[in-house]
Design a protein around this ligand. Sequence first.
Ligand SMILES: [Zn+2]
Length: 511
Amino acid sequence: MRKLEDVLKDWEAVIGLEVHTELTALDTKMFCNCRLSHDDPPNTNVCPVCLGMPGALPVPNRKAIQSIVMAGLATNCQIMKHSMFYRKHYFYPDMAKNFQTTQGPVAFCMHGHLDLEVEGAGAAERPLWEDVAADGETPIARAEDGSYTVPIRILRIHMEEDAAKMVHSGGEEGRITGASESFIDYNRCGTPLIELVTEPDLRTPEEARLFMEKLQQTFKTLGISDCSLENGSMRCDGNISLRRRGETRLGTKAEMKNINSFKSLHDALEYEICRQAEVLEEGGIIYQETRHWEPSRRRTVVMRVKETADDYRLFPDPDLAPFDLTDDFIEEARARIPELPDAKAARYVAELGLKRADARQIAGDPAVASFFEEALEGAPAKVVATIANVMVNLAPSFDALTPAQVRGVAGLLAEDAITFAQAREVLEAVNGTDEDPERVVDERGMRQVTDTAALEPIVDEVLARCTDQVQQYHDGNKKVVGYLVGQCMKASHGTGNPKLFNKLLTARLEA
Ligand SMILES: [Zn+2]
Protein backbone atom coordinates (compact mmCIF):
# COMPACT_ATOMS: atom_id res chain seq x y z
CA MET A 1 0.00 0.00 0.00
CA ARG A 2 1.09 3.58 -0.61
CA LYS A 3 2.01 5.84 2.27
CA LEU A 4 -0.56 8.22 3.80
CA GLU A 5 1.42 11.27 2.75
CA ASP A 6 1.35 10.21 -0.94
CA VAL A 7 -2.27 9.05 -0.88
CA LEU A 8 -3.47 12.39 0.53
CA LYS A 9 -1.88 14.23 -2.38
CA ASP A 10 -4.29 12.51 -4.81
CA TRP A 11 -7.24 11.76 -2.56
CA GLU A 12 -9.20 13.77 -0.03
CA ALA A 13 -10.13 11.80 3.09
CA VAL A 14 -13.57 12.72 4.46
CA ILE A 15 -13.84 11.68 8.09
CA GLY A 16 -16.66 11.99 10.61
CA LEU A 17 -16.73 10.74 14.18
CA GLU A 18 -19.47 9.38 16.43
CA VAL A 19 -18.45 9.54 20.05
CA HIS A 20 -20.39 7.82 22.84
CA THR A 21 -19.72 9.01 26.37
CA GLU A 22 -21.20 7.36 29.47
CA LEU A 23 -22.18 9.91 32.10
CA THR A 24 -20.20 8.09 34.78
CA ALA A 25 -20.40 10.97 37.27
CA LEU A 26 -24.11 10.30 37.85
CA ASP A 27 -25.43 8.10 40.66
CA THR A 28 -28.33 6.47 38.86
CA LYS A 29 -29.37 5.15 35.42
CA MET A 30 -31.15 7.09 32.67
CA PHE A 31 -34.75 5.97 33.22
CA CYS A 32 -34.77 4.21 36.60
CA ASN A 33 -33.26 4.50 40.06
CA CYS A 34 -30.76 1.66 39.72
CA ARG A 35 -27.26 2.42 40.93
CA LEU A 36 -24.57 3.19 38.32
CA SER A 37 -21.53 1.10 39.10
CA HIS A 38 -19.08 -0.96 37.09
CA ASP A 39 -17.68 -2.82 40.08
CA ASP A 40 -20.75 -4.56 41.51
CA PRO A 41 -21.41 -8.27 40.89
CA PRO A 42 -23.20 -8.88 37.54
CA ASN A 43 -26.95 -8.31 37.35
CA THR A 44 -27.31 -6.78 40.83
CA ASN A 45 -28.23 -3.23 39.75
CA VAL A 46 -31.39 -4.05 37.83
CA CYS A 47 -35.11 -3.40 38.07
CA PRO A 48 -38.28 -3.92 35.96
CA VAL A 49 -37.58 -0.71 33.98
CA CYS A 50 -34.04 -1.51 32.82
CA LEU A 51 -34.94 -5.18 32.31
CA GLY A 52 -37.83 -4.12 30.06
CA MET A 53 -40.58 -5.90 32.05
CA PRO A 54 -44.13 -5.39 30.72
CA GLY A 55 -45.84 -2.35 32.21
CA ALA A 56 -42.68 -0.77 33.69
CA LEU A 57 -42.57 2.99 33.06
CA PRO A 58 -39.40 5.04 32.48
CA VAL A 59 -38.72 8.35 34.31
CA PRO A 60 -35.94 10.53 32.79
CA ASN A 61 -32.93 11.42 34.92
CA ARG A 62 -32.92 15.22 35.35
CA LYS A 63 -29.20 15.36 36.15
CA ALA A 64 -28.38 13.45 32.95
CA ILE A 65 -30.22 16.07 30.93
CA GLN A 66 -28.41 18.82 32.79
CA SER A 67 -25.12 17.08 31.88
CA ILE A 68 -25.93 16.90 28.15
CA VAL A 69 -26.95 20.57 28.13
CA MET A 70 -23.58 21.42 29.73
CA ALA A 71 -21.83 19.31 27.06
CA GLY A 72 -23.76 21.19 24.35
CA LEU A 73 -22.96 24.63 25.74
CA ALA A 74 -19.26 23.74 26.10
CA THR A 75 -19.10 22.67 22.43
CA ASN A 76 -20.89 25.77 21.09
CA CYS A 77 -24.16 23.94 20.28
CA GLN A 78 -27.65 25.39 20.13
CA ILE A 79 -29.72 23.98 22.97
CA MET A 80 -33.05 22.79 21.59
CA LYS A 81 -35.76 23.58 24.08
CA HIS A 82 -38.26 21.21 22.50
CA SER A 83 -37.22 17.62 21.80
CA MET A 84 -38.35 14.11 22.53
CA PHE A 85 -37.26 10.51 23.00
CA TYR A 86 -37.62 7.88 20.30
CA ARG A 87 -37.47 4.10 20.25
CA LYS A 88 -34.83 2.50 18.07
CA HIS A 89 -35.85 -1.13 17.58
CA TYR A 90 -33.53 -4.06 17.31
CA PHE A 91 -33.44 -7.59 18.66
CA TYR A 92 -30.38 -8.55 20.64
CA PRO A 93 -29.98 -9.90 24.19
CA ASP A 94 -28.06 -6.82 25.37
CA MET A 95 -31.32 -4.78 25.44
CA ALA A 96 -34.12 -6.76 27.09
CA LYS A 97 -36.93 -4.43 25.95
CA ASN A 98 -35.90 -4.87 22.28
CA PHE A 99 -35.48 -1.17 21.66
CA GLN A 100 -33.03 1.48 22.72
CA THR A 101 -34.45 4.78 23.94
CA THR A 102 -32.70 7.55 22.02
CA GLN A 103 -33.59 10.83 20.32
CA GLY A 104 -35.08 11.51 16.89
CA PRO A 105 -34.41 14.24 14.33
CA VAL A 106 -34.13 16.90 17.05
CA ALA A 107 -31.52 16.29 19.75
CA PHE A 108 -31.02 18.30 22.95
CA CYS A 109 -27.93 19.90 21.33
CA MET A 110 -27.58 20.80 17.64
CA HIS A 111 -25.03 22.54 15.37
CA GLY A 112 -21.96 23.22 17.47
CA HIS A 113 -18.25 23.27 16.71
CA LEU A 114 -14.82 22.83 18.26
CA ASP A 115 -11.72 24.60 16.95
CA LEU A 116 -8.65 22.42 16.59
CA GLU A 117 -5.12 23.73 16.77
CA VAL A 118 -3.04 21.29 14.73
CA GLU A 119 0.70 21.55 15.17
CA GLY A 120 3.91 19.54 15.05
CA ALA A 121 4.50 16.65 12.65
CA GLY A 122 0.75 15.89 12.45
CA ALA A 123 0.05 19.26 10.82
CA ALA A 124 1.86 18.04 7.68
CA GLU A 125 -0.82 15.38 7.07
CA ARG A 126 -3.14 18.04 5.58
CA PRO A 127 -1.70 19.14 2.23
CA LEU A 128 -0.38 22.69 2.29
CA TRP A 129 -2.55 23.99 -0.56
CA GLU A 130 -5.80 23.45 1.36
CA ASP A 131 -6.86 26.85 2.59
CA VAL A 132 -10.56 26.60 3.47
CA ALA A 133 -12.14 24.45 6.20
CA ALA A 134 -14.91 21.94 5.39
CA ASP A 135 -17.58 24.51 6.33
CA GLY A 136 -16.62 26.20 3.04
CA GLU A 137 -16.01 29.59 4.63
CA THR A 138 -13.40 29.57 7.40
CA PRO A 139 -9.92 30.20 6.00
CA ILE A 140 -7.15 27.94 7.26
CA ALA A 141 -4.26 30.20 8.12
CA ARG A 142 -0.93 28.43 8.30
CA ALA A 143 1.82 29.61 10.60
CA GLU A 144 5.40 29.49 9.38
CA ASP A 145 5.98 26.13 11.08
CA GLY A 146 2.98 24.62 9.25
CA SER A 147 0.60 24.65 12.25
CA TYR A 148 -2.99 25.73 11.64
CA THR A 149 -6.39 26.12 13.29
CA VAL A 150 -9.52 24.53 11.82
CA PRO A 151 -13.16 24.50 13.01
CA ILE A 152 -14.85 21.08 13.12
CA ARG A 153 -18.63 21.28 13.06
CA ILE A 154 -20.72 19.16 15.40
CA LEU A 155 -24.03 18.00 13.90
CA ARG A 156 -25.68 17.02 17.18
CA ILE A 157 -25.37 15.58 20.67
CA HIS A 158 -28.25 13.38 21.69
CA MET A 159 -29.23 11.53 24.84
CA GLU A 160 -29.62 7.77 24.90
CA GLU A 161 -28.99 4.73 27.07
CA ASP A 162 -26.26 2.12 27.03
CA ALA A 163 -26.94 -1.58 26.41
CA ALA A 164 -25.95 -4.45 28.69
CA LYS A 165 -22.42 -5.74 28.63
CA MET A 166 -21.82 -9.04 26.87
CA VAL A 167 -18.85 -11.30 27.49
CA HIS A 168 -18.10 -14.02 24.95
CA SER A 169 -15.77 -16.78 26.05
CA GLY A 170 -13.97 -19.50 24.18
CA GLY A 171 -13.62 -17.47 20.98
CA GLU A 172 -10.91 -15.35 19.44
CA GLU A 173 -10.11 -11.97 21.11
CA GLY A 174 -13.33 -12.12 23.17
CA ARG A 175 -15.54 -11.77 20.09
CA ILE A 176 -18.71 -13.73 19.48
CA THR A 177 -17.28 -15.47 16.42
CA GLY A 178 -16.21 -18.93 17.53
CA ALA A 179 -17.28 -18.37 21.15
CA SER A 180 -18.72 -21.33 23.06
CA GLU A 181 -20.55 -19.30 25.75
CA SER A 182 -21.90 -15.75 26.11
CA PHE A 183 -22.70 -13.92 29.35
CA ILE A 184 -24.85 -10.83 29.88
CA ASP A 185 -24.48 -8.25 32.65
CA TYR A 186 -27.49 -5.91 32.78
CA ASN A 187 -25.80 -3.57 35.31
CA ARG A 188 -24.66 -1.42 32.39
CA CYS A 189 -28.04 -1.52 30.66
CA GLY A 190 -29.73 1.91 30.93
CA THR A 191 -26.53 3.83 31.73
CA PRO A 192 -27.00 7.45 30.57
CA LEU A 193 -25.07 7.88 27.34
CA ILE A 194 -24.55 10.94 25.17
CA GLU A 195 -23.70 10.50 21.51
CA LEU A 196 -21.90 13.29 19.69
CA VAL A 197 -21.90 13.22 15.88
CA THR A 198 -19.55 15.46 13.93
CA GLU A 199 -20.09 16.72 10.42
CA PRO A 200 -17.67 14.96 8.01
CA ASP A 201 -15.23 17.85 8.45
CA LEU A 202 -12.08 16.03 9.49
CA ARG A 203 -9.50 15.52 6.76
CA THR A 204 -6.59 13.71 8.40
CA PRO A 205 -6.05 11.01 11.06
CA GLU A 206 -4.24 13.62 13.18
CA GLU A 207 -7.27 15.94 13.16
CA ALA A 208 -9.49 13.04 14.26
CA ARG A 209 -7.11 12.19 17.08
CA LEU A 210 -6.93 15.82 18.23
CA PHE A 211 -10.71 16.20 18.09
CA MET A 212 -11.17 13.18 20.38
CA GLU A 213 -8.48 14.46 22.71
CA LYS A 214 -10.10 17.88 22.92
CA LEU A 215 -13.53 16.38 23.49
CA GLN A 216 -12.16 14.20 26.27
CA GLN A 217 -10.49 17.21 27.92
CA THR A 218 -13.71 19.22 27.67
CA PHE A 219 -16.02 16.53 29.09
CA LYS A 220 -13.53 15.70 31.86
CA THR A 221 -13.34 19.37 32.81
CA LEU A 222 -17.15 19.52 32.90
CA GLY A 223 -16.98 16.63 35.37
CA ILE A 224 -19.72 14.66 33.58
CA SER A 225 -17.67 11.53 32.83
CA ASP A 226 -14.30 9.94 33.53
CA CYS A 227 -13.98 9.61 29.72
CA SER A 228 -11.86 6.46 29.74
CA LEU A 229 -11.23 5.06 26.26
CA GLU A 230 -9.53 2.10 27.88
CA ASN A 231 -12.49 1.14 30.06
CA GLY A 232 -15.06 2.01 27.43
CA SER A 233 -16.77 4.94 29.16
CA MET A 234 -15.81 6.93 26.04
CA ARG A 235 -16.06 5.11 22.71
CA CYS A 236 -15.42 6.31 19.22
CA ASP A 237 -16.52 5.13 15.77
CA GLY A 238 -15.07 6.68 12.65
CA ASN A 239 -16.74 7.06 9.23
CA ILE A 240 -14.39 7.41 6.36
CA SER A 241 -14.61 7.80 2.61
CA LEU A 242 -12.26 9.01 -0.09
CA ARG A 243 -12.80 11.21 -3.11
CA ARG A 244 -10.44 12.46 -5.79
CA ARG A 245 -9.06 15.91 -5.06
CA GLY A 246 -11.39 18.51 -6.55
CA GLU A 247 -14.40 16.16 -6.49
CA THR A 248 -17.36 17.48 -4.43
CA ARG A 249 -19.50 14.32 -4.31
CA LEU A 250 -18.98 12.08 -1.29
CA GLY A 251 -17.61 8.57 -1.79
CA THR A 252 -19.01 5.43 -0.11
CA LYS A 253 -18.02 5.35 3.52
CA ALA A 254 -16.89 2.53 5.75
CA GLU A 255 -17.44 2.67 9.50
CA MET A 256 -14.74 1.69 11.94
CA LYS A 257 -15.34 0.19 15.37
CA ASN A 258 -13.28 -1.00 18.30
CA ILE A 259 -11.15 2.07 18.72
CA ASN A 260 -9.96 2.26 22.32
CA SER A 261 -7.04 4.65 22.30
CA PHE A 262 -6.00 7.89 20.60
CA LYS A 263 -3.25 5.97 18.83
CA SER A 264 -5.69 3.31 17.56
CA LEU A 265 -7.91 6.05 16.17
CA HIS A 266 -5.02 7.59 14.25
CA ASP A 267 -3.56 4.29 13.05
CA ALA A 268 -6.91 2.75 12.06
CA LEU A 269 -7.81 5.82 9.98
CA GLU A 270 -4.38 5.89 8.39
CA TYR A 271 -4.69 2.21 7.44
CA GLU A 272 -8.25 2.65 6.14
CA ILE A 273 -7.35 5.68 3.99
CA CYS A 274 -4.51 3.75 2.38
CA ARG A 275 -6.64 0.60 1.95
CA GLN A 276 -9.49 2.47 0.27
CA ALA A 277 -7.07 4.31 -2.03
CA GLU A 278 -5.60 1.00 -3.13
CA VAL A 279 -9.04 -0.54 -3.80
CA LEU A 280 -10.21 2.51 -5.78
CA GLU A 281 -6.98 2.83 -7.75
CA GLU A 282 -7.29 -0.79 -8.83
CA GLY A 283 -10.81 -0.08 -10.07
CA GLY A 284 -12.52 -1.75 -7.10
CA ILE A 285 -15.58 -0.69 -5.10
CA ILE A 286 -15.81 0.45 -1.46
CA TYR A 287 -18.77 -1.19 0.28
CA GLN A 288 -20.79 0.51 2.99
CA GLU A 289 -19.80 -1.76 5.82
CA THR A 290 -18.62 -1.83 9.40
CA ARG A 291 -14.99 -2.72 9.91
CA HIS A 292 -13.18 -3.80 13.03
CA TRP A 293 -9.69 -2.47 13.87
CA GLU A 294 -7.21 -5.15 14.93
CA PRO A 295 -4.36 -3.34 16.67
CA SER A 296 -2.19 -6.46 16.93
CA ARG A 297 -2.30 -7.01 13.16
CA ARG A 298 -2.58 -3.33 12.31
CA ARG A 299 -5.45 -3.76 9.88
CA THR A 300 -9.24 -3.41 9.64
CA VAL A 301 -11.49 -6.38 8.85
CA VAL A 302 -15.16 -6.53 7.84
CA MET A 303 -17.61 -7.01 10.75
CA ARG A 304 -20.94 -6.65 8.96
CA VAL A 305 -22.62 -4.87 6.11
CA LYS A 306 -24.30 -1.80 7.51
CA GLU A 307 -28.02 -1.60 8.28
CA THR A 308 -29.91 1.45 7.07
CA ALA A 309 -31.82 3.71 9.46
CA ASP A 310 -35.16 2.25 8.24
CA ASP A 311 -34.28 -1.14 9.67
CA TYR A 312 -34.54 0.32 13.16
CA ARG A 313 -38.16 1.47 12.81
CA LEU A 314 -37.57 4.68 14.76
CA PHE A 315 -40.69 6.29 16.30
CA PRO A 316 -41.51 8.59 19.25
CA ASP A 317 -41.63 6.80 22.61
CA PRO A 318 -45.26 6.89 23.84
CA ASP A 319 -44.10 6.36 27.45
CA LEU A 320 -42.01 9.55 27.58
CA ALA A 321 -43.60 13.00 27.26
CA PRO A 322 -41.92 15.52 24.91
CA PHE A 323 -39.44 17.82 26.66
CA ASP A 324 -39.69 21.57 27.08
CA LEU A 325 -36.50 22.88 28.66
CA THR A 326 -36.98 26.17 30.48
CA ASP A 327 -34.56 29.10 30.31
CA ASP A 328 -33.92 28.63 34.02
CA PHE A 329 -32.89 25.02 33.47
CA ILE A 330 -30.48 26.01 30.68
CA GLU A 331 -29.01 28.90 32.68
CA GLU A 332 -28.55 26.63 35.69
CA ALA A 333 -26.55 24.24 33.49
CA ARG A 334 -24.51 27.14 32.07
CA ALA A 335 -23.65 28.34 35.58
CA ARG A 336 -22.19 24.93 36.39
CA ILE A 337 -19.63 25.04 33.56
CA PRO A 338 -16.13 25.62 34.96
CA GLU A 339 -13.34 27.39 33.09
CA LEU A 340 -12.73 25.26 29.96
CA PRO A 341 -9.24 24.10 28.82
CA ASP A 342 -8.82 26.68 26.01
CA ALA A 343 -9.71 29.62 28.26
CA LYS A 344 -7.54 28.25 31.06
CA ALA A 345 -4.53 27.80 28.78
CA ALA A 346 -4.97 31.33 27.40
CA ARG A 347 -5.08 32.69 30.95
CA TYR A 348 -1.91 30.80 31.93
CA VAL A 349 -0.12 32.35 28.94
CA ALA A 350 -1.44 35.88 29.50
CA GLU A 351 -1.31 36.06 33.28
CA LEU A 352 1.51 33.72 34.21
CA GLY A 353 3.68 33.99 31.10
CA LEU A 354 3.77 30.23 30.53
CA LYS A 355 4.89 28.78 27.20
CA ARG A 356 1.83 27.87 25.09
CA ALA A 357 2.68 24.17 24.92
CA ASP A 358 3.12 23.95 28.71
CA ALA A 359 -0.07 25.93 29.33
CA ARG A 360 -2.11 23.67 27.04
CA GLN A 361 -0.73 20.51 28.52
CA ILE A 362 -1.50 21.58 32.09
CA ALA A 363 -4.92 23.07 31.30
CA GLY A 364 -5.96 19.96 29.33
CA ASP A 365 -6.46 17.81 32.43
CA PRO A 366 -8.58 19.27 35.26
CA ALA A 367 -6.73 17.24 37.91
CA VAL A 368 -3.33 18.44 36.68
CA ALA A 369 -4.58 22.04 36.43
CA SER A 370 -5.87 22.12 39.99
CA PHE A 371 -2.65 20.53 41.25
CA PHE A 372 -0.69 23.20 39.38
CA GLU A 373 -2.78 26.03 40.82
CA GLU A 374 -2.27 24.67 44.30
CA ALA A 375 1.49 24.48 43.69
CA LEU A 376 1.43 28.16 42.69
CA GLU A 377 0.07 29.26 46.05
CA GLY A 378 2.64 31.42 47.80
CA ALA A 379 5.24 30.90 45.05
CA PRO A 380 7.24 33.99 44.01
CA ALA A 381 6.57 35.17 40.44
CA LYS A 382 10.01 34.10 39.21
CA VAL A 383 9.33 30.48 40.21
CA VAL A 384 6.02 30.16 38.30
CA ALA A 385 7.52 29.13 34.95
CA THR A 386 9.78 26.61 36.71
CA ILE A 387 6.77 25.08 38.48
CA ALA A 388 5.15 24.62 35.05
CA ASN A 389 8.37 23.12 33.72
CA VAL A 390 8.53 20.63 36.62
CA MET A 391 4.83 19.80 36.13
CA VAL A 392 5.29 19.04 32.42
CA ASN A 393 8.74 17.44 32.35
CA LEU A 394 9.32 15.80 35.72
CA ALA A 395 6.12 15.31 37.73
CA PRO A 396 4.41 12.88 35.30
CA SER A 397 7.03 10.23 36.22
CA PHE A 398 5.82 10.23 39.82
CA ASP A 399 2.45 9.24 41.20
CA ALA A 400 2.32 10.64 44.72
CA LEU A 401 3.80 14.12 44.91
CA THR A 402 2.17 17.01 46.78
CA PRO A 403 1.80 20.50 45.29
CA ALA A 404 4.09 21.82 48.07
CA GLN A 405 6.84 19.38 47.07
CA VAL A 406 6.64 20.47 43.42
CA ARG A 407 6.75 24.12 44.54
CA GLY A 408 9.78 23.34 46.77
CA VAL A 409 11.74 21.58 44.02
CA ALA A 410 10.90 24.34 41.51
CA GLY A 411 12.13 26.94 44.01
CA LEU A 412 15.45 25.13 44.42
CA LEU A 413 15.80 24.84 40.62
CA ALA A 414 14.94 28.48 40.05
CA GLU A 415 17.69 29.65 42.41
CA ASP A 416 20.17 27.19 40.82
CA ALA A 417 20.63 25.38 44.11
CA ILE A 418 20.17 22.05 42.29
CA THR A 419 20.42 20.83 38.70
CA PHE A 420 17.57 19.33 36.67
CA ALA A 421 19.02 15.83 37.17
CA GLN A 422 19.18 16.43 40.92
CA ALA A 423 15.58 17.68 40.88
CA ARG A 424 14.54 14.28 39.55
CA GLU A 425 16.46 12.58 42.34
CA VAL A 426 14.81 14.82 44.97
CA LEU A 427 11.31 14.13 43.58
CA GLU A 428 12.10 10.41 43.65
CA ALA A 429 13.05 10.72 47.32
CA VAL A 430 9.97 12.69 48.42
CA ASN A 431 7.40 10.86 46.24
CA GLY A 432 4.77 9.22 48.45
CA THR A 433 6.11 10.85 51.64
CA ASP A 434 5.51 14.20 53.35
CA GLU A 435 9.23 15.02 53.17
CA ASP A 436 10.32 18.56 52.42
CA PRO A 437 12.54 18.73 49.28
CA GLU A 438 14.70 21.40 50.95
CA ARG A 439 15.57 18.99 53.75
CA VAL A 440 16.42 16.16 51.36
CA VAL A 441 18.77 18.48 49.49
CA ASP A 442 20.50 19.54 52.73
CA GLU A 443 20.65 16.01 54.12
CA ARG A 444 22.27 14.64 50.99
CA GLY A 445 24.60 17.59 50.64
CA MET A 446 23.23 18.31 47.19
CA ARG A 447 22.96 22.06 47.51
CA GLN A 448 25.21 23.59 44.93
CA VAL A 449 27.65 26.38 45.53
CA THR A 450 26.34 29.45 43.72
CA ASP A 451 28.80 31.81 45.36
CA THR A 452 31.08 33.09 42.56
CA ALA A 453 33.97 33.81 44.93
CA ALA A 454 34.03 30.16 46.01
CA LEU A 455 33.98 28.84 42.44
CA GLU A 456 36.56 31.15 40.84
CA PRO A 457 39.64 29.40 42.28
CA ILE A 458 38.38 26.10 40.84
CA VAL A 459 37.93 27.71 37.40
CA ASP A 460 41.48 29.13 37.64
CA GLU A 461 42.88 25.74 38.53
CA VAL A 462 41.08 23.92 35.69
CA LEU A 463 42.08 26.51 33.07
CA ALA A 464 45.69 26.34 34.18
CA ARG A 465 45.68 22.54 33.96
CA CYS A 466 43.76 22.02 30.70
CA THR A 467 45.93 24.04 28.33
CA ASP A 468 45.13 21.77 25.35
CA GLN A 469 41.39 22.35 25.67
CA VAL A 470 41.88 26.09 26.13
CA GLN A 471 43.86 26.11 22.87
CA GLN A 472 41.08 24.15 21.12
CA TYR A 473 38.57 26.75 22.31
CA HIS A 474 40.62 29.57 20.87
CA ASP A 475 40.92 27.57 17.62
CA GLY A 476 37.13 27.74 17.33
CA ASN A 477 35.91 24.56 19.08
CA LYS A 478 33.47 26.28 21.48
CA LYS A 479 31.97 22.92 22.50
CA VAL A 480 35.05 22.14 24.54
CA VAL A 481 33.54 24.29 27.32
CA GLY A 482 31.39 21.27 28.19
CA TYR A 483 34.53 19.29 28.97
CA LEU A 484 35.90 22.12 31.10
CA VAL A 485 32.59 22.39 33.03
CA GLY A 486 32.90 18.66 33.70
CA GLN A 487 36.42 19.17 35.06
CA CYS A 488 35.17 21.98 37.33
CA MET A 489 32.31 19.80 38.59
CA LYS A 490 34.79 17.03 39.35
CA ALA A 491 37.14 19.40 41.15
CA SER A 492 34.28 20.75 43.25
CA HIS A 493 33.09 17.19 44.03
CA GLY A 494 29.78 17.98 42.36
CA THR A 495 28.89 20.86 44.64
CA GLY A 496 29.46 23.66 42.15
CA ASN A 497 26.66 24.88 39.91
CA PRO A 498 27.31 23.79 36.31
CA LYS A 499 25.46 26.75 34.81
CA LEU A 500 27.58 29.13 36.86
CA PHE A 501 30.79 27.28 35.94
CA ASN A 502 29.83 27.58 32.30
CA LYS A 503 29.28 31.31 32.69
CA LEU A 504 32.56 31.89 34.53
CA LEU A 505 34.58 29.75 32.09
CA THR A 506 33.12 31.45 29.04
CA ALA A 507 33.76 34.89 30.50
CA ARG A 508 37.40 33.96 31.24
CA LEU A 509 37.99 32.37 27.83
CA GLU A 510 36.45 35.29 25.95
CA ALA A 511 38.34 37.87 27.97
ZN1 LIG B 1 -33.25 -0.22 36.68
